[in-house]
Design a protein around this ligand. Structure first.
Ligand code: SAH
Ligand code: SF4
Length: 459
């Protein structure tokens, strides 16, 4: 296999010394394929058809550290399997983490310690409601002393440690949190006009999906976030910024990570966020965005009544296979057919399609016409997103005039279209700009022949 890969790469003029195609590269590519859970023929294809396109020696050298660190780079998700049961005890002190529990679990836990269910409700409200957002036992005003003592002994309030907050010139704030294991995640708060403020939460540290236009994707996956770590982002954003930006009304799961790769914890967190005695976000205003993991998408639509966004970003499998490798597993036709079928039995439910516009790649008028055809029969809105550049990205944004022309073709075809321009760009707080690259980075995919000229313009 090493020889087959090395000969392909030599053919591409990437590497001349077969010894340079070490198990390093093989293992990084293999673990990437494993992590996406690609079917085995696809994994083989992945390994043997030079999907790894090493652009330069420097990138190659960044791969050299993969052999030793590939396990850390793309670990098996089993290691981070979502919290089993309703209570997660931290290994160090065996305390439960309150924000990882649904109300039903909290009540069960409170009762198991000999207290009344009414006290569980009082605790729940102090965690999530009435601008209290309690961070420790001293903030549980009005609760019984024994109950407070028990909470102090057996429960943990925080799941995140605040690290920093950065403000972009357009008012967007990026909050950085350190996790118990030292990893860092980012949460973005986006004030909008008309009294709407959105918090954009992360669901994983990094992401395994390796979308070629996304900075987070280049990090690879470090680990899943727990439900508590997800919920706490929204609570903390409210606590830290409500007085500055007003009430935070909307949540989007569009930060770091692929939410459906961590479906268990994401559904749990979303359900906690919409609880009417707690944070009480309207389910219509909590949107989970996915790159298109079809089985999890079906599960989400059945188990959660929050809104769904799907990142489409291409109108052909050829382009989508390249810029969103998950498409090799779940093709456009399967993704769209699943949505058509699932949404047909849902009342007044619309999916939001996101479409990041990449100059010369997916922004031709024929793409617009094809997009109109692809979404026929699917109750939807389409959000055209300006590409947010980041260091080392090979793409360039479509200019605004062209975005408008593209929008017009969609609108004439009967689609409801919105346009989203960059927010928080100057603090790397915009879509697809979150995270921090380490020594190792996800593989850069081979650029299909016909797009090389378009990309060259960006180098
Ligand atoms: N993983 C999920 C949610 C996080 S990404 C998903 O992919 O849907 C949130 C959105 O940001 C997605 O629609 C994605 O296509 C978009 N995005 C990623 N990188 C981007 C970039 N550099 N510029 C603009 N949008 C980007
Ligand atoms: Fe992951 Fe979404 Fe970025 Fe793709 S766009 S790499 S799925 S975070």
């Amino acid at each position: 296999m090493v020889l087959r890969l090395s000969s392909t790469m030599r053919r591409l003029g990437i590497i001349t010394n077969p010894a340079a195609v070490t198990p390093t590269l093989i293992s990084s590519t293999a673990s990437f394929a494993r992590n996406l859970n690609l079917p085995s023929p696809l994994r083989n294809h992945h390994l043997t058809s030079s999907i790894c396109f090493l652009k330069s020696r420097s990138l190659l050298s960044s791969f050299s550290s993969f052999s030793s660190s590939s396990a850390a780079y793309l670990p098996s998700l089993d290691e981070f399997a979502s919290t089993k049961g309703s209570v997660r005890a931290r290994d160090d002190n065996k305390k439960v983490v309150l924000k990882g529990m649904s109300y039903a679990s909290l009540q069960e836990w409170v009762e198991s310690h000999g207290f009344r269910p009414g006290q569980a409700m009082m605790l729940w409200k102090r965690l999530y409601k009435d601008n209290i957002w309690a961070q420790d036992v001293d903030q549980l005003e009005g609760l019984n002393k024994d109950f407070k003592r028990m909470i102090g002994e057996h429960a943990e309030f925080g799941a995140l440690s605040f690290k920093d907050v950065r403000s972009a010139s357009d008012g967007t704030r990026k909050i950085l949190f350190t996790l118990d294991d030292g990893l860092v995640i980012e949460t973005v708060v986006i004030p909008c006009d008309r009294g709407r403020t959105t918090v954009c939460v992360s669901s994983q540290v990094g992401c395994a999906m390796n979308c070629q236009f996304c900075y987070t994707g280049r990090m690879g996956l470090k680990r899943n976030l727990t439900a508590a770590e997800i919920v706490e982002q929204a609570v903390y954003a409210r606590r830290l910024l409500s007085h500055e930006v007003g009430s935070i009304t909307n949540v989007v799961f569009m930060g770091m990570g692929e939410p459906f790769h961590n479906i268990e914890n994401v559904i749990k967190a979303a359900n906690i966020m919409v609880d009417e005695n707690g944070l009480h976000f309207s389910p219509r205003k909590v949107t989970v965005s996915t790159s298109g993991l079809v089985p999890q998408l079906k599960r989400f639509l059945r188990e959660c009544n929050c809104a769904l966004a799907v990142s489409l970003n291409a109108t052909t499998d050829e382009v989508r296979n390249w810029i969103m490798p998950i498409n090799r597993k779940y093709k456009l036709s399967l993704l769209l057919e699943t949505l058509r079928e699932e949404l047909s039995s849902m009342h007044k439910y619309k999916v939001l399609f996101e479409y990041v516009m990449l100059a010369g790649v997916n922004d031709r008028m024929e793409d617009a016409r094809r997009l109109v055809e692809l979404v026929q029969g699917i109750p939807c809105k389409i959000n055209l997103i300006q590409f947010n550049p980041h260091s080392g990205s090979q793409f360039i944004p479509t200019d605004e005039d062209k975005m408008i022309k593209f929008r017009n073709v969609l609108a004439e075809g009967g689609c409801t279209v919105l346009m989203r321009f960059s927010r928080g760009n100057d603090q790397m707080a915009a879509c697809g700009q979150l995270g921090m690259l380490g020594a190792t980075q996800a593989p850069v995919m081979r650029v299909p022949e016909q797009f090389r000229t378009a990309l060259k313009a960006s180098v």
